[in-house]
Design a protein around this ligand. Structure first.
Ligand SMILES: Cc1cc2nc3c(=O)[nH]c(=O)nc-3n(C[C@H](O)[C@H](O)[C@H](O)COP(=O)(O)OP(=O)(O)OC[C@H]3O[C@@H](n4cnc5c(N)ncnc54)[C@H](O)[C@@H]3O)c2cc1C
Length: 492
């Protein structure tokens, strides 16, 4: 028997969830799980990973009895709070090659790219207006010291004839990004943006339509590793042939995953709508943008003309705990707002109306981990998206559904499903080391933003940060900007 960590209800919603639930007056009127149930597959977690898995299961076998249990409302976790960047895995191609070999890395790269368009097509087909807009991603430098941060990732693609990135002139980058602070960058064509919570709620709707039995406000408190495995909530229980744990950072308290992922918060703020100001600054193309800091800033516009911006580097979960600070913190929000004002000084007068945060499940190498918890292989998990889960969760659904049904296809046999390939140090080393390194990264990046290098000790400590703390992490420990493997809301 394993106890799952308690999960609380966030006092404040993200801008995205607030908008999405405003269009669903009955969303809160849910029936939690009551009594004893049986199912073919029980999915725990109603974010993208759990919902895509449930949808794929029904696609593979419409007769399957699939139960999905969500502690709060579907989309109340990271899936309803994220930046909405639907990115490919091209920036992490060299990491994928290192981990899985050339052929599988390329297969995964192409599949991840296709998943962005697939996400858009799924929304179109099922009438989900999740504001999908495929306008690409600008990977930029906001200080000359970060120029070329993308080189390694871009070259890994170019050397293989993959035209994922376009090299832009500094002027083009500054014009498209709407601010001269952007001094260089590249553009990845296939990236898209979504309104994250509308996507999550839309997936939920389609899952229900396909016959998935969704129970919200049904936190799983205990997992019995019996045959069949049983999950228990305060009001009921489900005995299922297979259990799929899709609980993001909350899975970090499970003994097997304690050193595999670490919960990190990522913080976001959004301005009031200001479409005319965006038009004046020229940021009208819908591109999502990141800088090249390790504590990356990620920013995009919204359909109603806001800027929504986030920054990785918030709370660090001791012993894998996701505490209330992961929902938001005024001091961290103020830091994000300072970043916004520096990047876009011309909108200094436009107020910030929303601030929130969420939990990211950081894996050691930035690549998600899929595996089975028990020897009998009946309890599966998919975690470790490391701040890059919007589009990759489409693939996660395929991997987890195929694996749960014991099918033999390219998803269930991918080396991605072989469990953890890297682990963090044990506590308290991980937590204390993480704090020291994170402070050093902060000092280093402030110095760089001011136009000079940090001192040698600070640079040395910062270089110990888990690789690719950004969207896409790469597995390298080098301290040069070129070690960056793409942006991501994860952090030290
Ligand atoms: C602020 C922020 C910004 C981000 N920005 C981006 C971005 O721009 N692009 C990108 O690709 N990725 C981004 N990410 C990461 C992305 O949001 C996630 O990788 C993705 O949403 C993962 O989905 P998930 O289903 O695994 O997790 P979640 O959406 O967190 O779903 C897990 C669910 O499990 C539920 N749960 C947990 N424990 C239990 C339990 N015991 N019983 C029942 N239910 C339980 C939770 O309530 C939650 O709803 C960001 C994340 C954050 C926090």
């Amino acid at each position: 028997m394993t106890a799952l960590q308690p999960i609380h209800r966030a006092p404040k919603r993200s801008l995205w969830l607030e908008e999405a639930l405003a269009a669903e007056p009955d969303a809160e009127r849910v029936e939690p799980l009551r009594g004893a149930h049986r199912a073919d597959v029980c999915v725990v977690g109603g974010g993208y990973t759990g919902l895509w898995t449930a949808l794929r299961l029904k696609e593979l076998d419409p007769a399957l009895d699939v139960v999905l249990l969500e502690a709060n409302l579907c989309g109340s976790g990271a899936s309803g709070r994220n930046g909405g960047f639907a990115l490919s895995w091209w920036p992490k191609l060299s990491t994928l090659v290192k981990l899985f070999g050339e052929a599988e890395a390329l297969r995964l790269g192409h599949a991840a790219e296709a998943s962005v368009a697939e996400l858009g097509a799924f929304c179109l087909k099922h009438g989900i207006d999740a504001h999908f807009r495929q306008a690409g991603w600008l990977w930029t430098a906001t200080t000359p010291l970060h120029l070329g941060a993308w080189e390694k990732g871009v070259r890994a693609c170019e050397e293989r004839g993959i035209a994922a990135f376009a090299r832009l002139t500094p002027e083009e980058v500054a014009t498209r990004a709407g601010s001269p602070i952007h001094v260089g960058g590249v553009w990845e064509r296939c990236a898209a943006t979504v309104q994250p919570a509308l996507l999550a709620r839309g997936l939920r709707r389609v899952a229900v339509e396909r016959g998935v039995r969704v129970y919200e406000r049904s936190p799983v408190t205990r997992l019995e590793r019996s045959s069949p495995p049983i999950v228990r909530t305060p009001g009921g229980a489900v005995a299922a042939e297979k259990v799929v744990l899709a609980t993001n950072a909350w899975a970090a308290s499970l003994p097997e995953l304690r050193r595999v992922i670490v919960p990190l918060s990522s913080d976001m703020v959004a301005t009031a709508p200001m479409p005319e100001r965006l038009a004046a600054m020229g940021w009208t193309g819908g591109e999502c943008i990141t800088d090249s800091r390790l504590m990356v800033h990620y920013y995009r516009t919204t359909r109603d003309g806001r800027i929504a911006i986030g920054r990785g580097s918030g709370a660090l979960g001791y012993l894998g705990r996701v505490t209330p600070t992961f929902d938001g913190d005024a001091r961290r929000a103020a830091v994000v707002e300072r970043g916004l004002r520096r990047l876009y000084p011309t909108v200094a007068d436009v107020p910030v109306t929303h601030a929130w945060a969420g939990a990211v499940d950081r894996s050691e190498n930035g690549v998600p981990v899929f595996g089975r918890l028990d020897g009998a292989g009946r309890i599966l998990y998919g975690v470790g998206f490391s701040g890059n889960g919007v589009a990759p969760s489409v693939l996660a659904g395929r991997i987890l559904a195929s694996s749960a049904l014991d099918r033999r296809d390219e998803w269930s046999t991918s080396p991605l499903t072989r469990g953890p390939l890297a682990r963090f140090p044990p506590e308290p080393i991980r937590f204390l080391g993480g704090l020291v390194v994170r402070m050093a990264v902060g000092r280093k990046e402030e110095a760089e933003q001011a136009g000079h290098q940090a001192d040698a000790l600070t640079r040395r400590l910062a270089s110990l940060a888990p690789s690719g703390m950004q969207k896409g992490g790469n597995g390298d420990l080098a301290e040069t900007p070129s070690a960056n493997d793409g942006p991501g809301p994860a952090s030290v």
